[in-house]
Design a protein around this ligand. Structure first.
Ligand SMILES: Nc1ncnc2c1ncn2[C@@H]1O[C@H](COP(=O)(O)OP(=O)(O)O)[C@@H](O)[C@H]1O
Ligand SMILES: [Mg+2]
Length: 215
């Protein structure tokens, strides 16, 4: 699924200047893209607009499949949010199964996908535990497992390795970048994570620039 942004301009309510300014982007189907930029440059805002949690003042984001059919990103994408949001009163498995139920999976399918996603996050034996007892890094991996349990063709992840050590980061990136055909957008501060993506775009003054391009 190709992910397209056309002339997107957005100013937060009460904000003084646009966070995104006539932003253009075109991410090929099945590609992985790292979006980097200093804190406050608008990376989370960009993902929030893609998810239609916010609405741009001008322009639009869209997704296009290989037959040329156009979709709203929120209908074909799954998210790993910067602020991990698990249901604390439910088990780890319940939280991960939600990712599969989002696509209308039945209970059996959801169980299989949750078990597989937890194994890929090295949490295979933690499924029965309450989400409340997890450390920050464990909760982050459960949130990633929940996204992996979905079969949606676009994955949007905001600093998904922010709380992980190097070895765990590599394993998480293997899982995030290893699902064939999925278009992945990875917002990150982590050079190690960015280097593993097909391309790196820098968000600067409201627009995306290829890394190394003074733009
Ligand atoms: N809800 C909001 N209301 C007003 N300003 C906001 C809001 N959220 C973020 N901003 C501002 O928008 C800019 C971009 O923020 P953000 O997208 O979170 O950046 P990043 O994720 O790159 O650190 C910052 O200047 C921030 O202060
Ligand atoms: Mg952010």
């Amino acid at each position: 699924m190709r992910v397209i942004g056309e002339h997107v301009t957005f100013t937060h309510p009460g904000g003084e200047r646009p966070v995104l300014s006539d932003l253009m982007m075109d991410l090929p189907a099945g590609s992985s893209t790292a979006i980097v930029g200093p804190s406050g440059s608008g990376k989370t805002t960009l993902l929030s607009l893609l998810g239609e949690l916010l609405r741009p003042q001008t322009g639009r984001f869209s997704c296009v499949d290989r037959h040329g059919r156009v979709f709203r990103p929120r209908d074909v994408a799954t998210w790993v949010l910067q602020t991990v949001s698990l249901l604390p009163d439910r088990t780890v498995s319940d939280n991960v199964r939600l990712g599969a139920y989002l696509d209308g999976a039945d209970r059996t399918t959801a169980d299989l996908r949750a078990a597989s996603a937890l194994a890929r996050m090295s949490l295979a034996d933690r499924g029965h535990e309450s989400a409340r007892v997890l450390s920050g890094g464990e909760a982050q991996r459960v949130a990633i497992a929940r996204a992996l349990a979905s079969a949606r063709p676009v994955m949007l992840a905001d600093e998904p390795t922010g709380q992980l050590d190097g070895v765990t980061t590599d394993r998480v990136l293997d899982a995030l970048l290893g699902s064939a055909g999925r278009t992945v957008v990875l917002v990150t501060h982590d050079g190690r994570a960015a280097a593993r993506c097909d391309r790196v775009l820098r968000l600067d003054r409201g627009r995306l620039h290829p890394l190394g391009d003074a733009g």
